[in-house]
Design a protein around this ligand. Structure first.
Ligand code: BES
Ligand code: MN
Ligand code: ZN
Length: 489
């Protein structure tokens, strides 16, 4: 498991700067102005910082950019990171500055001379998130993350902030870890065990096993996992931080620990990427972890459907008809359209069992959403403009790309089956929308609901603002903020 670097805010003592070891960061305003700590660094380095601040190289830097100077004369530090940032930066620039430092930091210690810099907590969050690396399976690379210390003019005023930032980072890191794990490690059983371990944080965690799922009638979910050696499971995580009796927000995640496509087998090239097909469940887990760690004053329940989609003698065949928990029958034309079969039953169960105030599901559901939106934005589908607007605002504030796409009954004709109530695929046109239309059949008419298709954003092949290439943890921050802004108020 990857833990974020411990974060400290402490009062700055100018006389300590020269003796700081490892990596030291200092801020210079866009106009090249040095604050008190930067002036001390300048004096120690015999004017090197001022020369840099007056250089063309500094002039070319954008707000939030950082430049690394090695073995600065007059200081014990090995690295001096000079960050171009005004004393009152935008939140965006502050987070970007943090991300630059987090990238440079890696697992090493980092000393940040922040002084009276505003938005310093956003610098801290950016640095913490960007310093992530998934090294659990690198035998030579098992050093723990060393601390980040911010030297500020009023540490007391920032007390509590460090814990809040760490709660968010812990949630994001959990999502990234889970989504990065190979499928031989993160089996359905291992996934459930890791979620059960979160009961230490005050979450009530319940694991529903195959016999119970059978009794509940979750045949569409079970039909996906029946070709696998790993048992299908539904895990429920309840956080009761709000008023007892208040309806919870339900978060529902697709947790396909590996998606071969089943009998409708996927091509070999790139199939290894399907270790991330539990990304939706990973986000739900991460959000629940953050909410519990920061003791959110809200009632939220997270539900994940954990299955493995494998070809086998017992696997579902194309053409099979199964009955959902709701009672609707589905003709499974393509066993690779399995995520919607999992979500159908978990969505229905979530509404029956918890009578939630709203439901948000997350799923790496369709390749089509990648064709439409690429790796920058998740697809947002909703039957409720208010909830959708609130979510889009939260995502925007967190810099997590999200774009609304339509739902419309006109697409339903693509899901018509000759012999059952519906089929599980709607053909190539509007593949992400027909998937969402399928899900909507398992959502009550008056239930505020959002479906987030995160196939393009859960895992990416190049670095993003706050993560190295690989699993991003997209959505943890937006959903945490949605809870904070709309439920905790
Ligand atoms: N897990 C995939 C979707 C996916 C594709 C996620 C690429 C991440 C990256 C999903 O189960 C799937 O296979 N969808 C099919 C649906 C089709 C058969 C209707 C797809 O998108 O091709
Ligand atoms: Mn599939
Ligand atoms: Zn899938």
């Amino acid at each position: 498991m990857t833990s974020p670097a411990a974060l400290h805010f402490t009062d700055v003592d100018l006389d300590e700067i020269g003796a700081m070891t490892g990596r030291v960061a200092v801020f210079v305003s866009e106009s090249g102005k040095l604050d008190q700590t930067a002036r001390r660094v300048n004096r120690l380095t015999k004017g090197a910082l001022e020369r840099f601040a007056e250089s063309a190289a500094f002039n070319d830097m954008a707000p939030g950019d950082t430049k690394e100077l090695a073995y600065p004369t007059g200081m014990v530090a090995e690295w001096l990171n000079v960050v171009k940032l005004d004393r009152k930066p935008t939140i965006e620039a502050a987070r970007k500055a943090g991300a630059g430092l987090g990238k440079a930091k890696g697992a090493d210690a980092l000393h940040v001379l922040a002084g009276n810099l505003k938005q310093v907590t956003h610098v801290a969050l950016g640095a913490t998130l960007r310093a992530y690396a998934f090294t659990d399976h690198k035998t030579a690379d098992q050093t723990a993350m060393k601390d980040t210390v911010f030297y500020v003019s009023d540490a007391k005023a920032l007390e509590g902030e460090a814990a809040a930032i760490t709660a968010v980072a812990e949630g994001v890191f959990m999502t990234r870890d889970l989504t990065s794990e190979p499928a031989n490690v993160l089996t359905t059983t291992e996934f459930a065990n890791r979620l059960e371990a979160m009961s230490d944080l005050g979450l009530k965690v319940t694991v529903l096993d195959e016999p119970e799922l059978e009794t509940l009638g979750m045949r569409t979910l079970l039909s996906v996992g029946q070709g696998s050696e790993s048992p299908s499971k539904v895990v429920v995580m309840e956080w009761q931080g709000g008023t007892v009796g208040d309806a919870p927000l339900a978060l529902v995640g697709k947790g396909v620990v590996f998606d071969t496509g089943g009998i409708s087998l996927k091509p070999a090239a790139g199939m290894e990427d399907m270790t991330m097909d539990m990304g939706g469940a990973g986000v739900v887990a991460g959000v629940m972890r953050t909410l519990a760690l920061r003791k959110a004053k809200a009632n939220v329940v997270g539900l994940v459907g954990l299955v493995e989609n494998m070809p086998d003698g017992r696997a579902t065949r194309p053409g099979d008809v199964v009955t959902s928990m709701k009672g609707d029958t589905v003709e499974i034309i393509n066993t690779d359209a399995e995520g919607r079969l999992v979500l159908a039953d978990v969505l229905w169960y979530a509404q029956e069992k918890f009578e939630p105030r709203g439901v948000i599901d997350l799923a790496t559901l369709t390749g089509a959403v990648i064709i439409g939106l690429g790796h920058e934005m998740a697809g947002v589908f909703s039957n409720n403009d208010d909830l959708a607007g609130q979510f889009l605002n939260a995502a925007k504030a967190e810099g997590e790309g999200a774009w609304r796409l339509p739902l419309d009954p006109a697409y339903d004709k693509q899901l018509k089956s000759q012999i059952a109530d519906m089929k599980n695929v709607g053909g190539r046109p509007a593949g992400s929308i027909t998937a969402a239309q399928f899900l909507q059949r398992f959502v009550l008419d008056d239930m505020p609901w959002i479906h987030l298709d995160i196939a393009g954003v859960a895992s990416v092949k190049s670095d993003t603002a706050f993560a190295p290439k690989g699993c991003t943890g997209w959505g943890v921050r937006a959903l945490d903020r949605l809870v904070r802004d709309t439920i905790e108020g």
